[in-house]
Ligand binder design. Structure first.
Ligand code: GLU
Length: 325
């Protein structure tokens, strides 16, 4: 991919021999929100949901929701349904049926088999502690022990550098071999790794634009490398500011930080709007959620999205001040 043209030319044509090439006219914006069901949606995930929804709606595109339920040990019973309830209370409604990754193992298996067959992936018997002396980075197997259930990793050749253009963060360059190493596609416990599943699903769902939190900026080079290895198109990427608490710590679903209230979607949306760097006066003071959302689509200015982490406290403060005015 030429990062200089990535912004304007859109996704690369699908190079997969198994799918028909898509003509430019048939490529319309398709975005998605892909929460892991590890807890209730917190304010940071609402920013990702609203930001991806706004970007898709503004482009007249589709917006999909995918539940990334790949990691049962970290999942919380009922969390996926609670997340979907919150989205619907906020008026953020997917254009297609919700997809659940737990039902898509056969597709991940197919992708993994093709990587194993071509030699791009390999079985690895190293444990986490085996890799500690290399800072956890795998460049070659170091263990003499064979495990009953090895993990499968993607082989990353020396000097593999991935460059891409992020719509907010600009040009990003990562030496995947040095900084990440050979990475896991299927874990030793048998679960699918996020990196493989997200790449397969973004391609199968024809996602043209990935809009998500900046915590995933560090995963993007790995995903682009995997797309290229599998012959899949690369979407455009836009990483939204991370939402931090008063002490600068990332909000996380699993720590149940700043849950949002389904009975007060307008406060959640207005606060998320400001965390996205949007002008607070652009949104009407209305009780009508549909009117609020319709105005937000018209007023949304992606160029205002900040690069720096946004403090939930600052956003709340601004909102309270604007309400008091
Ligand atoms: N499931 C991931 C999360 O909740 C997001 C994946 C993505 O948007 O690519 O952090």
């Amino acid at each position: 991919m030429n990062p200089d043209t990535a912004k304007t030319t859109g996704p690369e044509p699908d190079a997969s021999p198994t799918s028909a090439p898509r003509s430019p006219a048939s490529i319309r914006y398709r975005g998605r929100f892909a929460p892991s069901p590890t807890g209730a949606l917190h304010f940071g995930s609402v920013v990702a949901a609203f930001g991806s929804w706004l970007a898709a709606r503004r482009s007249g595109g589709d917006w999909l929701v995918r539940i990334e339920d790949l990691d049962p040990p970290r999942e919380v019973a009922g969390a996926a349904d609670a997340q979907l309830r919150t989205l619907s209370a906020f008026g953020l409604v997917a254009d297609e049926p919700i997809m659940r990754q737990s039902e898509r193992g056969a597709l991940y298996r197919q992708a993994l088999d093709s990587l194993l067959a071509s030699g791009a992936a390999f079985e690895c018997h190293c444990s986490r502690s085996d890799l500690l002396p290399q800072g956890g980075i795998h460049r070659a197997c170091v263990t003499g022990t064979r495990r009953a259930n090895p993990s499968i990793r993607l082989r990353v050749a020396d000097g593999t550098r991935i460059d891409f253009e992020d719509a907010v963060h600009g040009r990003i360059s990562q030496d995947v071999a040095d900084e990440v190493g050979d990475f896991v596609l299927r874990r030793a416990d048998g679960y699918w790794a996020y990196q493989l599943a997200v790449v397969v699903d973004d391609a199968v769902q024809d996602i043209t634009d990935v809009v998500r939190g900046a915590d995933l900026l560090a995963s993007t080079a790995r995903q682009i490398l995997l797309q290229r290895t599998l012959g899949l198109p690369t979407p455009r990427y836009l990483h939204l500011p991370l939402i931090v608490d008063g002490e600068g710590r990332k909000l996380s679903k699993s720590s149940a930080a700043w849950p949002v209230r389904d009975d007060d979607p307008r406060t959640g949306l207005r606060t998320a709007w400001e965390a996205l760097g949007q002008a607070r006066e652009a949104l009407p003071r209305t009780d009508d959620l549909a009117e609020l959302l319709a105005t937000a689509i018209r007023a949304f200015e992606p160029d205002r999205i900040p690069r720096t982490p946004a403090s939930v406290l600052a956003a709340l403060h601004n909102r309270l001040v604007s309400d008091a005015e």
